[in-house]
Design a protein around this ligand. Structure first.
Ligand SMILES: [Zn+2]
Length: 339
């Protein structure tokens, strides 16, 4: 049994409670109010809801390039670098990125893994010795589902994914697809596939939002990646008003997968509350893949990030939720517990 004391951002609303989290056998047994001297801030570990960890071999290699030149299949710079990468170099590069994510308080990521079965295997191998637990959306032939947790389609304009969608339904696993990144033309075709998750939706209009709500499809937005690739800004407020919205850092090539950076950017660029942003970075992604994390509540897996509320950066903050979302950095982390 373990006890962690401080200001706890408890439940789905993150109402700050002064007290303790009691952990037993890797699970949260109780969240209790209590007097404590501790200035620590305890929050759920993050779920990064969209990554491309394979890009770990090509960090900052595409600075100044367009979406097409940087990441679009099959001939972009990213795909050239992936094709040229030695398998063991790729595994160790992805492992280093996963370790960075652990250090910065992330317990899971929803990764779109390129390169079919070998690609999915390489990510499993990279994560094997670590506590972070990536959910792998595989690519290529639908037999990738023997290894991956679900299927991640590049986009409805790139190929016909009817077969892969059906294969996911047969196996009762998730089918996710990019939509509305450079423009809106692939959004209706993506929705026609009845996906379990849409990525981006930068160019979503009311007709798309209505369908998203009708079909109850969650959406992952990646605002920093959209900014780097200059494809526009996603309608985060409108999306939140229609469905579950999660936050992803997207290509490791373009941005470090730090949820602190993604949260601060999102909170300051969009008409959203700090609580909404913290949900987008924790419980929303966990719900999409049905992982038992992202909320501090009895019975949940104890995956926690503990910040030093008395750090040079966080001391004197008026509100712990605002401080976590808008101000905190990896330097403020005291401990990450990923049971
Ligand atoms: Zn992506």
């Amino acid at each position: 049994m373990k006890e962690i004391t401080g200001t706890i951002l408890a439940g789905k609303s993150f109402d700050p409670i002064r007290g303790r989290v009691i952990i037993n056998d890797g699970r949260i047994e109780a969240v209790e109010r209590a007097n404590t001297e501790s200035t620590d801030i305890i929050l759920p570990a993050f779920v990064n809801a969209h990554t491309h960890l394979g890009d770990s071999v090509a960090k900052e290699a595409a600075v100044g390039k367009s979406l097409e030149e940087a990441v679009a299949p099959p001939d972009s710079l990213k795909h050239q670098q992936l094709a040229g990468a030695d398998q063991s170099d790729l595994v160790s590069a992805m492992r280093r990125t996963l370790q960075f994510m652990e250090q910065t308080g992330t317990v899971s990521c929803l990764d779109f893994r390129e390169s079919g079965i070998p690609g999915a295997r390489a990510l499993r191998e990279a994560a094997e010795p670590l506590s972070i637990d990536p959910f792998i959306f595989g690519s290529g032939d639908s037999s990738v589902l023997d290894i991956a947790d679900g299927y991640g389609a590049s986009g409805a304009n790139d190929d016909d994914f009817t077969k892969e969608r059906a294969a996911c339904r047969d196996r009762d696993v998730l089918f996710a697809i990019h939509a509305g990144e450079p423009d809106a033309t692939d959004i209706h075709p993506a929705l026609d596939l009845e996906p379990d998750l849409l990525i981006h939706m930068v160019h979503a209009k009311q007709e798309h939002l209505t369908r998203v709500a009708e079909q109850s499809v969650p959406v992952t937005v990646c605002p920093r990646a959209n900014a780097v690739l200059d494809v526009g800004t996603p309608p985060v407020r409108d999306l939140l008003d229609h469905t579950t919205v999660a936050l992803g850092s997207d290509n490791v090539m373009l941005n470090p997968p730090s949820m602190f950076r993604e949260m601060a950017y999102t909170a300051k660029q969009f008409d959203v509350t700090a609580r909404e942003v913290l949900q987008m970075a924790t419980s929303a992604g966990a719900e999409i893949v049905d992982h038992d994390v992202g909320v501090i509540a009895p019975g949940k897996r104890a995956a926690l990030t503990i910040l030093d509320g008395d750090s040079n950066n966080l001391v004197n903050s008026a509100d712990p939720v605002q401080a976590v979302v808008r101000r905190a950095t990896g330097l403020d982390i005291k401990r990450v517990i990923l049971n």
